[in-house]
Ligand binder design. Structure first.
Ligand SMILES: Nc1ncnc2c1ncn2[C@@H]1O[C@H](COP(=O)(O)OP(=O)(O)OP(=O)(O)O)[C@@H](O)[C@H]1O
Ligand SMILES: [Mg+2]
Length: 266
């Protein structure tokens, strides 16, 4: 059995329209997958069903052997940290400090340990000077940083990032990716929803969604050799890979190999 098993999953917000259509994905422990797809393809809806915020109309989700339902919701939620696409939906506390603490409180992290982690992760995302500020007074990117600090501080076994870096400046994004790579090397399972090819290239495996269904799913190296797949996913391959694909069969195998390899270097 896989670590996360999503089986025949369907979901509708209204009777009129089915949003998720027979989704099936198995994710192994320690895997890093990127979920790609154009706006409205159902990525965020899928993420919300995985953490039990939306109840599937049909199908099942099993996490670490626990089938998600009303009775198991709490224990499944304890394993998964999620950063939502819109950081405004994530704030509950009066101060930044409260917000970073919130997820840890649900996990019953001891107070002293909690205070330490708040300092550490606020510093990690460069928000240590804002701990006593009201979250509403922050910029979009600062809110995203706080939301990310809160999830990192929970130290869950699985983390879902739903376009979590869309408002970060390149430095903050680079720092975060370095940290996530480190956590991945230590065994973290990562689901990263993104429109950024650079972020997608960090994953081991790509899942492309289209109109609420899985359009493609496989190792990154395999899918990237099929540029047509990306036309349906609102993603543009980086220049080096487009060039590499064009060089196929043109007698430039060595150059192609080099471009290819450099794109995949984590
Ligand atoms: N609360 C809601 N009520 C009704 N329909 C919704 C709701 N949230 C999303 N939808 C619809 O469900 C579909 C999938 O939305 P979702 O947010 O999952 O897409 P997405 O792939 O995350 O898109 P994006 O790349 O823009 O974030 C869209 O057609 C959207 O209009
Ligand atoms: Mg979304």
């Amino acid at each position: 059995m896989s670590y996360i098993e999503i089986k025949d999953l369907s979901f509708s917000y209204t009777k009129k329209r089915q949003i998720l259509k027979n989704i099936g994905i198995n994710i192994e422990k320690g895997e890093w997958i990127a979920i790609l797809g154009h706006n409205g393809s159902g990525k965020s809806t899928l993420a919300k069903t995985i953490v039990g915020l939306l109840e599937p109309g049909a199908g099942s989700i099993t996490v670490d052997g626990i089938k998600l339902d009303q009775d198991t919701l709490q224990s499944v939620r304890r394993k998964i940290g999620i950063v939502f696409q819109n950081p405004d939906n994530q704030f509950v506390g009066v101060t930044v400090r409260d917000d970073i603490a919130f997820g840890m409180e649900n996990l019953c992290v001891p107070k002293a340990e909690m205070l330490e982690r708040i300092e550490y992760f606020a510093t990690k995302v460069g928000m240590e000077k804002f701990l006593d500020k009201e979250p509403a007074s922050l910029s979009g990117g600062q809110k995203q940083r706080v939301a990310i600090a809160g999830i990192l501080a929970m130290q869950t076994e699985i983390m879902i990032f739903d376009e979590a870096t869309s408002m970060l400046d390149p430095y903050a994004r680079g720092d975060l990716m370095e940290h996530i790579k480190k956590l991945h090397n230590e065994g973290l399972t990562i689901i990263m929803i993104t429109h950024e090819i650079e972020e997608a290239l960090l994953a081991d495996r790509l899942v492309i969604m289209k109109d609420g269904a899985i359009f493609a799913d496989g190792p990154k190296e395999e899918l990237l050799k099929k540029p047509d797949l990306f036309q349906g996913s609102a993603l543009e391959l980086p220049f080096s890979l487009r060039l590499a694909n064009q060089l196929t069969g043109a007698g430039f195998e060595e150059v192609r190999g080099y471009l290819w390899e450099s794109a995949f270097r984590k």
